[in-house]
Every structure is written in C-alpha cells, then in structure tokens.
Write a protein that binds this ligand. Structure first.
Ligand code: FRU
Length: 707
C-alpha cells in the first residue's frame, strides 16, 4: 500500500470511529408541553403537566432546559405520586437526564424498570434543610442493556422536607453528560491564573494542589463554554512549581480546564477600571464580590482598606480579605489579597486593624511598629494576625483563637486611660444580640468585661470631640445598620447617655467602620454600599464615599454629621455656578452641563412649595416640606430644616447617588444607575414656587487616573 493510500485509509478509519462514537442523541422527553403526553401521572404530586419552573412556595428552580420540567412539588412536599413513561428502546450507551430535588432513595427518585424491576435508580441531591433546587446532569451507563425495552418511572413517595423530585431533558446518547472529577497540571511560570466564570453556572469546588497538599480551595461558577469573565488567582507564591488544578465535578465536554491560562497580567487588564459601569470615585474590587470594609487603618502615609471579598465570583462566598491602599482616600491601589481562609469553609470574616505603636505584642521588627488585625475565623473564633511590612503580608498569632464565642466582627481600639486594648465584638447569647467588650494588655490575652444588648454585627466604637472642643468628648457606638448611641466608655463598659439610637445614614449603607490611627485624630468612615450593582460587570458592590464624621450640637441634642472627605475635591474639574433664582412649579433642566460624575452643592428656600429639589440624571432628590422628608431615588430620610433652608451636597457616580443634607446631618446612599442621557440637573418645585439660593456643580474626573 502506498503511503498516500495508507493515510487515506487511516483517515477513513478515524472518521468511521468518530461516527460510531457520535451517533446522534435520541431525545426521550423534554417536557416542554403543557401535558405529559404519553407519560402517565398517578397521584397528585406531578400536577396536571410539566411545571414552568418553581411552583408556589418553592425556592427558585434552575438548571432545567427550555421552559418546563417535571416538578413534583405540586401543592408542596405533602403530595405523592408517580410519573411513568411509555415503553422505550435503549439504543445508545448512556441515558442522561437532569435531576434535582430530594435525596431519598426509593422515595424521591427516577427508576429504570425492566419487567417492573428497577435496574437503575437516581435521586436529587438534597436531604436536609437548605440546599438548592438546581438540576444537574445524571448519567446511567446502559451499554449492557442496549436493544432492550424499558420503562422510566419518576417517583415521589415522600411527604416531609425535600419530599419532591425534579427531572428534565432525558436523552439517550453515546456521551456521558454527568459531571466527573477533573484536573489539569500547570507549571507556574507567570503570576496570575485566569479562571473562566459563568454567572449562575453550577458551583464547583476547585483546589490547587502542590506536592499532594491542597494550597487553595474555593467554590467557583466555572464556565464550561463561553465565560462571562475571568477571575484570577495570584499564584506567584508557587512560581516554578507544578500546580494541579482539581475540580470536583465537570461535564465531560467542559472547556473550563483548557480555558484556564497563566499570565503576567490581570484578565482584561487593558479595560481595568474603564468598564462601562465601573464607578469612577467609589471603591470597587477589580474582580468579584465585596461587602464590609475591614481593618481600616492609617499607617506611614497610607490608608488601608481591607474588605470582605469573594475573588472568584460576583456573589457572596469564599470570604477573603481584599486589600487596597490610598494616600488620599480617593485614589486606591489594589494589592494582593491580605487574608486567605485557613481552609475551605473557615472563612476570614470581618474585623479591624490597629498600629501597635508601643509594641505591646512584641512583634515589632526594625523601626516600624507592626499592624495588628483581628478578624473572625469562622471555624475557630476571633483571631489575631500581624504584619511587619506595612500590611503587605500577614502572620497568624500562634495562640489563635483569642476569643471563642457565638459572635463575630471584632473591633480593636487602644484605650489610653486604662492603657489597654479593647475589643468590641458582636456576640449572641440567650437568644439576644449584643456587643461584648474585652480588654487586653498585649493583643494576645483577652479578658471579658461587659456587654450591651440590641446591636447586630460589625460594631464600631470611638471617642469624638463635641463641636470641635477637645475638652468635651463623648463616645459613639454603632453596629452594622449604622444607628448609633452616644455615651461613656471606661475601657470596660459602655453606658449610653440620653435618648436611644439615632440614624445618620439611610439607604445602601451597612457595616461601616472608622479608620484607626488617622493624622490629627480625624474620624474617617467608609461603609459598604450594600446593594449597589453593576449589570454585566465582573465585579459587584461598592464602598460608600469616605466621609469625615463630627459631633455637633443641634436643637435635638448632640448628633453625628458626615461630610465627604475634602480630598474628593481634588477630582473637581469643570465648574458651573448659578445665582439665586425662582423655581416655578414644574421641572426645568439647566443647560450646558455634561459629564456623568457630578459633585454639587445647592441651597434652597422652600417658600410656599410643597416639594422641591433636584432631578440629577433622572434621579429625584426631593424634599417634602409637609412630611419633613428627603427622598433620593428609593430612599427616604426624615429631615428638619435648621433655619428654613435646604442644603444639599449630591454626589453622582455610575452606580449610586449620595446626598448629604444640611451640612451632613442626614446622609443618603442610593443604589441607582443614573441615566447618562437624562439632563444632568433639573430644578423642581411643586405646589408653588420655591427659591434656589445658590447652586454650584463640578464635573468630576475619574479617581482611576493617577492623582
Ligand atoms: C456583615 C457580615 C459580617 C460578617 C461578614 C461576612 O455584612 O455578615 O457580620 O463578618 O459580613 O462576609
């Protein structure tokens, strides 16, 4: 045989082999019609026909194909029944189907029957409260049964928790569709590993294994085909080594492992911070989810912003401490992750940081004092870590955990009068929510002193001067919702003074913290802008604009005020000003303002108007005179005018509008995407004319360009 002939023969053989392996799939049932057709339902559980997703009272159902699926949650878990197929001839190696719901063998299952006997069976994945209504592929190897006639029966005989079964898209194939463990080895020659993510895909468990040791482990919605974006992991620590990337389950035809790539650059580095919905002067993470600000501390010219972070997806999970630094609170530079979970499921939850200026813990090396942070290690308790290199790397205190209790979110501060460290920490006991106070001479051994009821998560505690008078100070205590009490703190116990809790912030604001160790004792606060979202972006949630807090005497007593830090003014570019004028009833657009990032200051006199204010890029910021309420988008806050004037500072970024009313007596953070094509500013009055005393507007530049 000539060489050409041989080549042709081999090619033909290969083609035949491929054909044999790739006989077309045979669809058994897609359950896309209103009725079950030839399938026969007995009992009540399967309802009148395939369901359109979740049934009343059911968690969201996902992972099915098309519009409908078999769902035996009809009238809840209490109903039972069976759904039986017409006879069916097996003609491929595998029978694949999507399955979800209860994991109760023989009770919530699908069976393959031959002569009425089950020769294959499968259940859903759930056998306890919680879990997921997601369907996933299951494959039966039926090669040995090829040619036989069988019946499929879907069974629901269970009436309590997870007493239902979901099935969809039954298909005969020569391909296995069920996910199996998979892995790939890579020599770490570059800094970042890029990981393909598909939002809403099944969550997979990924491990990086080095010499048989798991060095990282996390959950990730891996993209089997086209990714929504690439997340990344900094693997410089493993440079030169062979890393095995393991995934607990992947469909046979998944492209996920091949799509993983090493690079010196971040994914889509050329678009970083310039993405369509990327906020331009609010902190967001390069990739993934963020929530609470953590470990806010100023040291050696840098403000440190650590934060609750899922680096691998845009939803909450895999809690790490992300890390960014800034010299001016406005221009941030992201640094490598500061804290990794000690193991999968033992997440690094919220906490705080201080400078151990007196080296009380003895961790100082060289001239510079160490940074010390406390965080909640969810599997252990309150844990202490320290850094001797300006927060770049962190070491665990070998005595961790230092406090073990039902609680989280330790807040550290130095209490000068008692010369002790204090930890204010969220604490659950007797079915109630508290903040507990502990103290320590050295950040290592802690003594419990007292607790105060009625605060949930993320405490903050600091002392502040009233009306700027350093001889007149009071203590401020608040938790995640930002509602604060004023009082006395003696290093062991907090005693509230006066009348209960007060609110400064309203809307998309949660789990805020103030910086420790700031120059001149400035009190600078950053909160999590909870609920600020960015459609289609590889990141989720933002921090609120940094504000300076002060205590001032008002007609109602001493209250906290918040104003954007003055450093924000460095972003001001083009200025527009309008002089005093009447605002006739209705809305009137002001001309010649462009730019999507806005910072404005306005003063109004309501006159006889019932409502008045601004509409900025389609977002109303309106005061209701009678109700004494200020509304921005969907957030309403009570506001009393001091001297009959309404003063507003309004900040507009790509995912939020923030309003500071009457010098910061009331602060609002609204999660809203301003309309780029709506007029920048409209003046608004209702009922009667109002008066604009002054309006100044600055178009802002982006904080992502160099300061
Ligand atoms: C508040 C919170 C904290 C916890 C963290 C976990 O938003 O629930 O109590 O430490 O988030 O991400």
């Amino acid at each position: 045989m000539s060489r050409t002939m041989l080549t042709i023969c081999l090619a033909l053989q290969a083609a035949i082999a491929v054909q044999a392996a790739d006989r077309p799939d045979v669809l058994v049932a897609d359950f896309e019609r209103e009725s079950y057709g030839e399938w026969k339902a007995d009992g009540e559980a399967f309802g009148p026909g395939p369901a359109q997703g979740a049934l009343p009272g059911q968690m969201p159902v996902s992972g099915y194909e098309g519009q409908r699926l078999v769902n035996s949650f009809y009238r809840g878990d209490g109903t039972t029944g069976t759904l039986t197929s017409p006879p069916l001839r097996l003609e491929r190696k595998f029978l694949n189907f999507l399955i979800g719901g209860g994991m109760h063998p023989e009770q919530t299952c699908i069976n393959l029957l031959i002569d009425g006997k089950a020769v294959r069976t499968a259940t859903g994945p759930n056998d306890r409260p919680g879990g997921s209504e997601r369907l996933d592929w299951h494959t039966w190897d039926v090669a040995d049964l090829e040619g036989q006639t069988v019946v499929l029966q879907i069974v629901d005989r269970r009436t309590d928790g997870w007493g239902h079964i979901n099935v969809d898209h039954i298909v005969q194939s020569d391909r296995r569709m069920q996910a199996e463990p998979a892995s790939r080895e890579l020599v770490v020659k570059q800094r970042y590993l890029h990981l393909p993510v598909k939002n809403g895909a099944p969550s997979r468990r990924m491990k990086f294994v080095l010499d048989g040791q798991t060095v990282r482990e996390f959950d990730i919605e891996l993209a089997d085909a086209s990714p929504d974006f690439f997340a990344f992991s900094d693997v410089s620590k493993f440079a030169g080594k062979t890393l095995r990337v393991e995934v607990d389950r992947l469909p046979a035809d998944s492209q996920a492992l091949q799509a993983i790539a090493l690079s010196e650059n971040l994914p889509a580095a050329d678009q970083m911070y310039q993405e369509r919905h990327r906020p331009q002067f609010h902190f967001t993470s390069r990739r993934g989810w963020l929530n609470d600000p953590n470990g806010l501390v100023y040291f050696d010219g840098e403000y440190h912003l650590f934060y609750q972070h899922n680096p691998y997806g845009v939803q909450w999970g895999n809690m790490h401490w992300g890390h960014a630094v800034s010299r001016d609170l406005i221009h941030w530079q992201e640094l490598p992750l500061a804290l990794y979970p000690v193991r999968h499921g033992d997440w690094a939850f919220s906490g705080s940081a201080v400078v151990d200026a007196k080296n009380t813990a003895g961790w100082q090396q060289g001239d510079q004092p160490p940074l010390v942070a406390a965080y909640t290690s969810t599997g252990r308790g309150e844990a202490i870590v320290y850094s001797t290199d300006r927060g770049r790397t962190w070491s665990e205190f070998e005595g961790n955990p230092v406090v073990r209790h039902a609680g989280r979110d330790p807040r550290l501060l130095w209490h000068e009068p008692t010369r002790r460290w204090v930890m204010a920490v969220y604490h659950e006991a007797e079915g109630k929510q508290w903040i507990a106070f502990h103290s320590s001479p050295d950040l290592k051994t802690w003594t419990y002193h007292s607790r105060i009821e009625g605060f949930f998560e993320c405490p903050d505690l600091f002392e502040a001067a009233v009306d700027g008078d350093p001889n007149r100070t009071t203590w401020v205590l608040y938790a995640a919702d930002g509602q604060y009490v004023l009082g006395d703190f003696d290093g062991r116990e907090f005693r509230p003074a006066g009348s209960g809790k007060h609110a400064l912030w309203h809307g998309a604001f949660y789990a805020a913290q103030t910086f420790t160790n700031t120059p001149h004792g400035r009190i600078v606060q950053i909160g999590w802008g909870r609920g600020v979202t960015f459609p289609g972006m590889p990141f989720n949630q933002q921090m609120t604009v940094p504000v300076e807090l002060s205590l001032r005497t008002t007609s109602e007593g001493v209250r906290l005020f918040a104003q954007p830090v003055r450093e924000l003014e460095s972003l001001r570019q083009k200025k527009h000003a309008w002089s005093a004028q009447a605002i006739e009833p209705g809305e009137r657009a002001l001309e010649n303002v462009s730019g999507e990032l806005l910072d404005m200051e306005a003063e109004f006199a309501p006159g006889e108007a019932t409502r008045l204010g601004l509409v900025v890029r389609g977002v109303p910021v309106v005061y209701d005179v009678k109700k004494r309420e200020l509304t921005c988008h969907n957030v309403t806050a009570p506001l009393t005018l001091d001297d009959g004037k309404l003063r507003l500072r309004v900040l507009v970024d790509r995912g939020s509008v923030e309003v500071f009313a009457n010098e910061g007596r009331v602060a609002i953070s609204a999660a809203v995407i301003p309309k780029a094509d709506a007029p920048a500013v409209k003046l608004l009055a209702e009922g009667s004319a109002a008066r604009l005393n002054s309006l100044m507007l600055h178009e802002l530049g982006s904080a992502w360009s160099a300061p």
